[in-house]
Structures are given as structure tokens and as C-alpha cells.
Design a protein around this ligand. Structure first.
Ligand SMILES: [Zn+2]
Length: 67
């Protein structure tokens, strides 16, 4: 019996194609993007090549509300 298929179930991180931010693949809902913002921006970028991502307010939404 040799069932050593995937012993390395480490957390996979990818870089957001948009802002190069490190994204946790397993938990990101917008992978490979870090946020919906980047996802939307990227999709918008396909439509118009002149997207401007000069200075967006980097407000990170509260991901969890642990009490
Ligand atoms: Zn991003």
C-alpha cells in the first residue's frame, strides 16, 4: 500500500495578478486575486486597456468578526 500522494497540504500562496499581494489560495474568495477590487479592476482592464490604478484607497474590509 503506497498512498503517499499528497502529503504536502501546506497553505498555498499566490500573488495577486493585479497588485502582487500575497493571497492565500484556500481562503481567498476572489482568487487568484486578493480582493474583489482587484478582480473587478482586472476584468475592467480587459474591457478598457487604459485602466488606472494610481492611488486606490487601500481599505481592507474586515474579513472576520470574532467575538
Ligand atoms: Zn490584489
Amino acid at each position: 500500500m503506497n498512498q503517499k500522494l499528497h502529503e504536502k497540504e501546506k497553505t498555498l500562496f499566490v500573488n495577486c495578478p493585479k497588485c502582487r499581494k500575497l493571497v492565500e489560495w484556500a481562503t481567498s474568495s476572489f482568487r487568484p486575486f486578493c480582493s474583489k477590487r482587484c478582480q473587478t479592476l482586472d476584468q475592467a482592464g480587459w474591457a478598457s486597456e487604459e485602466y488606472q490604478i494610481s492611488s486606490l484607497p487601500d481599505e481592507s474590509p474586515p474579513s472576520e468578526d470574532i467575538n
